[in-house]
Structures are given as structure tokens and as C-alpha cells.
Design a protein around this ligand. Structure first.
Ligand code: BDR
Ligand code: CA
Length: 322
């Protein structure tokens, strides 16, 4: 199978950690490196958390690069209320030693795009690294294959303000810079689709019967996140946004949407909002595919089959063979 080369840019983060597992355990992908950015936690903490996810899937040889510590203009606001003080559910795992976390995520992104044909980027955090790389060397991005970004909200309410989603709200200037300057169409995997991806207590109960080690890690890191979802949104379970972006990259039939021109609001009351010009008021060329429909059952089936690959038939049996 011809593997697709990808860079995962992320801020782990509980759902980022699950997305890393999905990416590494998917045979369609060749993960060239993981870059971190400040968002849920600062980029150095995110890099350490990345190693925990990589250890879970025996992939500590995947290079990890620490990226930008601060948004382009705004003060950094992290999401430790959502993801825990340590960013992965307050388990306070010991740091993984003897693995070198590299610096300069931005340069890694630029060099990798220059050196390889057809590298795609799946961005799961604020777009600071991507904006910086684009500002430094726009040409590198002509070589890029596809760009998927988890972020934004079209018809649904925000998760940081009535209208803004976290990743774009943290660094709206970076997000808007990327939307206005990237020489490729952005696939926006926003809250319209990710809100439907709920890891429920039933699923957690089920996976604990499959593989003890993987299930324990998932159960432990999501506990805090589940409590947060109940307190904040009266959701039983937790919304796992980021793995959907990885799954969609692998299987386009999981989500669908439409092409539109999109801007990200940089200041004022609606800071971080994605303004989707669905009625074409501005007559501007579409810069984005806004995804607004998802087959959440097929996503969950795929996600579990990749993480618990020795248990495919029981997953079909329990989830209904979808
Ligand atoms: C996004 O914000 C973060 O908290 C999650 O990791 C996800 O990338 C959802 O709004
Ligand atoms: Ca994230």
C-alpha cells in the first residue's frame, strides 16, 4: 500500500493524544513527524504528552518537534480546565526519558515540505506553527499535498464563546493568516461534525474488555474530560474532536460539506469565529471545504478497529457491523 506522508501538528491534549494513536496505527499513513504548538497546554508540555501517546503505540522513534510557545498576537490562554493540569487528564505520568524532543517545529515543517513531494498536514491545534511557517516560506506550501484543520464552527455554537471554537479562538490571527494565505484549499473539520463524535461510557466499558493496556490509557486520560463535559455541557461521555480530522483524511466518505470563502474574526466580540460566506456575498474564491455532515457510527467503527486491531469482528458485532 502506498502510504500518504503526513505531519501531525497538535497540542496534546486528550483528544489530540487519541488522534496520534489513530494516525500511527493507520497503515495508510506515514507520520514523518509530530509538531506541537501551545493550545490546550504549552508546546513543551504537549511534546511530553505526545511521547506518552507514541509509547502506547510503540512508536517512540517518530520524531517530535516542539513548536511555537505563544500565539501571534494574543496572550496565550490554555485549556487546562478541560484537559487537566498536565493536559492529559491529571494522571501526572512520569516524563519519558532518553527520547530527544527536538526544537524548531516551524523549520521542520518547511524543510519537510521542501524535501518531500506530497506531504500533507493535519493540524489539530491553534494554527500558530503553520502561520509562522507560511510567513517564513510560502513557497514550501506549494509543494504540500493537502491541509486538514480541526477548528471552527459554522452552524453550531462555539465552545469558547457563543460563536468561537477553541483552536481558532486561541490564535485567531494565525488562523485567519492561514485561511487567507495558504496556497491550498483548507479542509475545515469543525465543531459541526466533531460534536457528533462522542466517546461514551458504554464504549469505554466495551473497550475495557478488549485490550487492557490500550483501554486503560484511554480510560485514564478521558476521565477528567468526561467530568468536564458533564459539568460544562451536560454530555455523558466526551467529544473527541481531533481523531475525526485524521479519520477524514484517510477516508473522505466519513464527512461531507461544501466549498466556501472563510475568514476568521481577529478581534472584538466575535473573536475566533469562522465567518463562512455561504451565500457568496463577497464574491471571493473559495478557500475552504467546510465539513458539516459526518457518519459518526462509521467513524467510531474505524477508530476502534484501528486501536484494537485484533478485535475487529467483536467490534462489528457490538457496534452493529457498520
Ligand atoms: C479543539 O480544542 C481542543 O481543546 C481540542 O484538542 C480540539 O483540538 C476543539 O475545539
Ligand atoms: Ca487539539
Amino acid at each position: 500500500m502506498l502510504k500518504r506522508k503526513v505531519i501531525i501538528d497538535c497540542d496534546p491534549g486528550i483528544d489530540d493524544s487519541l488522534a496520534i494513536l489513530l494516525a500511527i496505527l493507520s497503515p495508510e499513513l506515514d507520520v514523518l513527524g509530530i509538531t506541537t504548538v501551545s493550545g490546550n497546554v504549552t508546546s513543551d508540555v504537549g511534546a511530553k504528552n505526545t511521547l506518552h501517546a507514541l509509547q502506547m503505540c510503540s512508536s517512540l522513534d517518530t520524531p517530535v518537534y516542539e513548536g511555537e510557545k505563544y500565539p501571534l498576537v494574543r496572550e496565550l490562554v490554555t485549556a487546562q480546565d478541560t484537559h487537566g493540569e498536565d493536559g492529559i487528564g491529571e494522571n501526572f505520568y512520569e516524563d519519558i526519558k532518553d527520547i530527544n524532543i527536538r526544537n524548531n517545529a516551524v523549520d521542520f515543517i518547511i524543510e519537510t515540505l521542501h524535501k518531500n513531494e506530497n506531504v500533507s498536514i493535519i493540524a489539530l491545534g491553534p494554527l500558530t506553527n503553520i502561520a509562522k511557517a507560511l510567513q517564513k516560506d510560502k513557497e514550501a506550501f506549494n509543494n504540500m499535498d493537502e491541509f486538514i484543520s480541526m477548528g471552527g464552527a459554522f452552524r453550531v455554537e462555539g465552545n469558547c464563546s457563543p460563536v468561537a471554537e477553541f483552536n481558532y479562538w486561541v490564535d485567531p490571527h494565525a488562523a485567519n493568516y492561514v485561511f487567507q494565505n495558504l496556497p491550498k484549499t483548507i479542509h475545515m473539520v469543525g465543531l459541526d461534525v466533531t460534536r457528533k463524535i462522542v466517546l461514551t461510557p458504554n464504549i469505554i466499558e466495551f473497550i475495557n474488555r478488549l485490550d487492557e493496556k490500550m483501554a486503560k490509557y484511554i480510560t485514564d486520560i478521558t476521565r477528567f474530560y468526561i467530568d468536564f463535559h458533564w459539568k460544562q455541557e451536560k454530555v455523558i461521555g466526551c467529544v473527541i474532536n481531533d481523531p475525526l480530522a485524521v479519520a477524514y483524511f484517510i477516508d473522505r466518505s466519513l464527512c461531507s460539506g461544501f466549498k466556501s470563502f472563510v475568514q476568521v474574526v481577529e478581534d472584538g466580540m466575535a473573536i475566533g469565529q469562522t465567518m463562512v460566506d455561504v451565500a457568496d456575498f463577497y464574491k471571493k474564491e473559495a478557500n475552504c471545504i467546510v465539513l458539516d455532515k459526518v457518519n459518526e457510527k462509521r467513524f467510531m467503527n474505524m477508530f476502534l478497529k484501528r486501536l484494537f486491531k485484533d478485535h475487529e469482528s467483536i467490534i462489528d458485532l457490538i457496534l452493529g457491523g457498520i
